[in-house]
Ligand binder design. Sequence first.
Ligand code: TRP
Length: 368
Amino acid sequence: MADKVILTGDRPTGRLHIGHYVGSLRRRVELQNSGEFKDIYIMIADAQALTDNFSNPEKVRQNIIEVALDYMSAGLDPAKSNIFIQSQIPELTELTFFYSNLVTVSRLQRNPTVKNEIQLRNFETSIPVGFFTYPISQAADITAFKATTVPVGVDQLPMIEQAKEIVQKFNNIYCPDKPVLVDCEALIPQNESCQRLPGIDGNAKMSKSLGNCIYLAESADEVKEKIMRKMFTDPQHLKVTDPGHLEGNCVFTYLDAFCRDEHFERYLPEYANLQELKDHYTRGGLGDVKVKKLLNEILFEELEPIRQRRHELEKDIPYVYEVLKKGTEKARETAAKTMAEVKEAMRINYFADSELIRMQSEKYQAQD
Ligand code: TRP
């Protein structure tokens, strides 16, 4: 369809890891190359990152280039996708302000992602208002570009839900006959392992603070070291002959996320596919080292082109900032157009509203 539009983004609080990659980034690249979308906007959400890093703006500032490099090396192509910086689009803040009238405090309190993040950050007793209301700003991000499609990880589903509610409410109140805002839908990975890739230590979340990530930009040696020496498998699988367990076994979860049948022809031709490997493992007689080596080969194949592209891009950082600048200019144009429509729908476009000026002057002429 010609009028499908993508918007999505990430907070620049660190380098992107392979959880981001299988959770959303890989899909974005596929969607970008599908040719099905009229416009693609990929946002570096620095303003949102500041809602919980307000005291550390330098961290956010430093990570903008990291995220941009990760995006482009993973295959986002500036000729097809507008990569831009959130804080440089004032219309997003303006929209947020008007949308905040359409959302209640109790609705925000019920947002499961916000709830969870408040707990994680120990904000329970003093929640910054900006952080508390970031779902509203996220609705602004999405609607400013009239996005129809938002490829995100599952943790973002409650945000999309809230955005949809805001769209409905806005259109109902301000423009029931000619809706201005466009309804959107989340696109999440089909594969469960991709939806939430665990950390290499088996922790449910891959996160920088837990030190259990594999980064897109990491060297092949570092990745190998993490897989071979640190990755959590099955603690009961002591001898090769012991039956192994798949549940909670990171190596297999990662294989679920990354492996395709063709990998077996290349690296382990004695198995046709992952199911056969799993069957052997659970039966007993298959050692962890062999499985880990396979995972390492597959990750190497997937990550090496990304590393090489990053290496090239790192040689020309001003070019990367130029890409962000161009993307931001284009994003701003689109957001400004939507903003004008929003103001018209809300009837706060006073100076462009000749009807209003005419009526008010008639009112006062009649009093003479
Ligand atoms: N909340 C997202 C994250 O933490 C980033 C983000 C901000 C976003 N605005 C968005 C994602 C709009 C999708 C759509 O990664």
